[in-house]
Design a protein around this ligand. Structure first.
Ligand code: GLC
Length: 446
């Protein structure tokens, strides 16, 4: 546990006098042992709730707020030291074009995504949704309307599952920092946060994902996360909750990296280097990089939540539109291999990646050399090799250490990532250690 959390917990315990919050504290302690499991739900219930998510694999993250007007990434307020009084003026001019979210949802669908997660409130504290608990929200400022409601409607119209991102950390609320050292501030602030989470869960119909972020400066006990998430589950019995309210809940959230873990995981990533719109950020990932990443997530049974940072008017940066359209074309042909992928034990190649379904291994070739494809250490006998999806057969030779495909076309069958299906006689597996150790070596001295 990082030091700042340890000390905030200590302070909080001192201040709380361990009386008012005892039930929440006890509940959280009971669940301490369960750091790798859900804490406000059972494993069986989680399996039921997560079924759609496991097949969805690909979702759209949307970072949209007052910061979109500055175009300096969503951390501008803190990192540029902008005074709160100056920053909040941005609420008087934030007025995206009506129903901008429709284009987000259409693009998500076009890209082959199945769900969306939008920032309802980021660290800046401004609420894109209608809340009775503050005037610092879109309906009561320049926008004059509920941007989250527009998003929900747009997402549903395209058949997307609906997720809400919600930042616990708040740079605008007067108690957002002092809650760590002042119990009455903590009480007010936690009531405010729980109240908003309740509004989000009660006012928008069925929600699919609640995506908390940054739990600074409190611990799970301080946030009363167990109580908060029980309330969420009462209101939304099918919802999935991420792991950022300091209790593990349903899935982990590796950020800007793909890192498989034993439980459900979702890797969130930007398309350039910024979540919120950043005018000068031209460090865009190519469609090929995105497809490679998506394949890696599917291979290892994880999800890929890919971000867009719309401009202040809600329009999506051109590069994101172009890239997601290209990814969508690829997904039209191969999407099934992503959505229906099962955990794949074959992982190693420098020019290809893999997914699996049953006994079929799908070789996703991102660097095509026009001559041959060799895969080392495949432990299974290949019965048939063919191009996917057209099924044209490919010649191959296989020995104990390698399968080698020859007679390949000079040009890649797909300019992004071409796919070859290897039907195996059992679940595909790879053992490169065996190649290293057992492949016959030259005689000494030859
Ligand atoms: C980090 C950042 C935040 C971003 C999030 C996405 O926690 O603080 O700005 O929203 O990552 O995962």
């Amino acid at each position: 546990m990082p030091n700042f959390l340890r000390s905030s917990r200590r302070n909080w315990l001192k201040l709380a006098g361990a009386t008012t919050l005892l039930p929440a504290l006890q509940a959280a302690q009971v669940n301490k042992a369960a750091l790798i499991g859900p804490t406000t739900s059972t494993a069986e219930d989680r399996e039921r709730r997560m079924q759609w998510w496991r097949e969805a694999r690909f979702g759209m993250f949307i970072h949209f707020g007052l910061y979109s007007q500055l175009g300096h990434h969503e951390w501008a307020m803190e990192q540029e030291g902008i005074p709160v009084a100056e920053y909040q003026e941005l609420a008087k001019s934030f007025n995206p074009k009506p129903h901008a979210a429709r284009a987000w949802a259409r693009l998500a669908k076009q890209a082959g995504m199945k769900y969306m997660v939008m920032t309802t409130k980021h660290h800046e504290g401004f609420c894109n949704f209608d809340t009775k608990l503050t005037n610092y929200c879109a309906p009561k400022q320049a926008a004059g309307r509920d941007l989250v409601a527009e998003y929900v409607e747009a997402a549903r119209a395209e058949g997307m599952r609906v997720g809400f991102y919600y930042s616990l950390m708040d740079w605008h609320h007067p108690d957002g920092a002092r809650c760590a050292t002042d119990e009455s501030a903590r009480r007010r602030f936690v009531d405010y946060i729980h109240g908003q989470v309740r509004e989000l869960c009660a006012n928008y119909g069925k929600l699919d994902v609640l995506w908390y972020d940054v739990a600074w400066p409190l611990s799970a006990e301080g946030w009363e996360s167990v109580r908060m998430n029980k309330m969420v589950r009462d209101l939304q019995p099918d919802i999935l909750i991420n792991n950022r309210s300091k209790i593990p809940e349903d899935f982990t959230t590796p950020e800007q990296k793909i890192e498989a873990s034993s439980g459900p995981w979702e890797s969130c990533m930007t398309m350039n280097d910024s979540w919120g719109y950043q005018i000068g950020d031209d460090h865009w990932k190519s469609p090929k990089t995105i497809v490679k990443n998506l394949v890696t997530c599917a291979r290892d049974s994880g999800n890929y939540l890919l971000n867009i940072g719309p401009k202040a008017d809600g329009s999506i940066p051109e590069e994101s539109v172009k890239t997601l359209a290209a990814v969508g074309e690829w997904m039209e042909r191969y999407g099934e291999l992503i959505h229906k992928a099962q955990f794949c034990k074959v992982k190693r190649s420098e020019f290809a990646n893999f997914t699996r379904r049953g006994n079929s291994l799908y070789v996703h070739v991102h660097y095509w050399d026009g001559q041959r494809i060799g895969i080392g250490g495949l432990k299974n006998k290949v019965v048939k090799a063919s191009f996917y999806p057209n099924g044209r057969e490919i010649q191959f030779k296989q020995d104990d250490f390698r399968i080698l495909l020859t007679d390949l076309p000079q040009n890649a069958p797909d300019s992004l990532v071409a796919v070859i299906e290897l039907q195996c006689d059992s679940e595909p597996d790879q053992d490169l250690e065996n190649v290293r150790v057992s492949r016959p070596r030259m005689q000494v001295g030859v």
